[in-house]
Design a protein around this ligand. Structure first.
Ligand code: PAF
Length: 281
């Protein structure tokens, strides 16, 4: 910890820009795309690997979360990062893992993941704000697979007055379309074979949406995926990408995204798709 703090102070004193990629390890090509960008855009690139207990509302999920410290070290050694931060729970939470205070995360934190994983975003806000306080990054990189997480972290940063630029990075996919995720390592052969149906259903829904209502589009995705043995949609919401609140009409917002969570056997996978983005012109 002391080492990290003095290293960061030295970088700041020397006017170096600091990029940061917070991760929970079990790294894959999605993480590496964030790391690559972080290395390219900053004088100094810091990556943290820390499975944060406070963002798991389900103890079994924490216990089974994939861990691969040796694989992570191998990948990070080749990735050109300046510093790897591997804190212990006591380093991040010297006073224990209770909530320090309620972070103001806005309504974006109450829907979807916020509704199905109570407390999850408070835990994410808690760890990310602590990591930001230690690493003091100019830029921090997050994957768009966790689309809602990015919105919530932006709200946290604004509420806490943290001076950092949040950089969203595109989803990386396997050749068959499955969004890369550390949790994919938990899929058995049959679940892995079915999992790309999530992205396929989302892609099909983009075409379907051209002549169907928001609600019909939402239901078509859920019905398609729920009919696949072993798969169960927890939610599929079509939302205003700026607020994360559901829309009822395609004309209601300039940027509309569909966010989905599907259980593939016991493994909880998330993904999303953009239906329209008139802001990106
Ligand atoms: O997206 C993740 O892996 C985690 O939520 C994060 C941002 C590293 C915080 O633990």
């Amino acid at each position: 910890m002391g080492d990290l703090e003095s290293f960061i102070s030295q970088c700041k004193n020397n006017g170096k820009s600091i990029g940061f990629v917070p991760t929970m390890g079990a790294l894959h090509a999605g993480h590496l795309s964030l790391v690559e960008r972080c290395v390219a855009e900053n004088d100094v690139a810091v990556v943290s690997v820390f499975v944060n207990p406070t963002q798991f509302n389900n103890p079994d999920d924490l216990a089974t979360y994939p861990r691969d410290p040796e694989g992570d070290s191998r990948l990070l050694a080749k990735a050109g990062v300046t510093a790897v931060f591997l804190p212990e729970v006591g380093d991040i939470y010297p006073d224990g893992t209770g909530r320090d205070h309620d972070y103001e995360l806005g309504t974006a934190a109450e829907v979807m993941e916020g509704k199905y994983r109570p407390g999850h975003f408070q835990g994410v806000a808690q760890v990310v704000s602590r990591l930001f306080a230690l690493v003091r990054p100019d830029r921090a990189y997050f994957g768009e697979k966790d689309f809602q997480q990015i919105a919530v972290i932006r709200n946290m940063v604004a509420a806490e007055g943290i001076d950092v630029s949040i950089v969203p990075c595109p989803i990386k996919r396997a050749n068959d379309g499955l969004a890369l995720s550390s949790r994919n390592a938990l899929l058995d052969e049959e679940q892995r074979a079915n999992a790309p149906e999530i992205h396929r259903a989302l892609l099909d829904s983009q075409a379907y949406a051209l002549n169907h209502s928001v609600d019909a589009t939402r239901r078509s995705v859920i019905e398609y995926l729920d009919a696949i043995p072993g798969m169960r949609v927890e939610y599929f919401e079509i939302v205003d990408a700026r607020t994360l609140l559901p829309v009822e009409d395609w004309a209601e917002a300039p940027w509309i995204v569909g966010c989905i969570t599907v259980y593939c056997g016991p493994v909880r996978l998330i993904d999303n798709i953009t239906f329209k983005n008139e802001l990106d012109k």
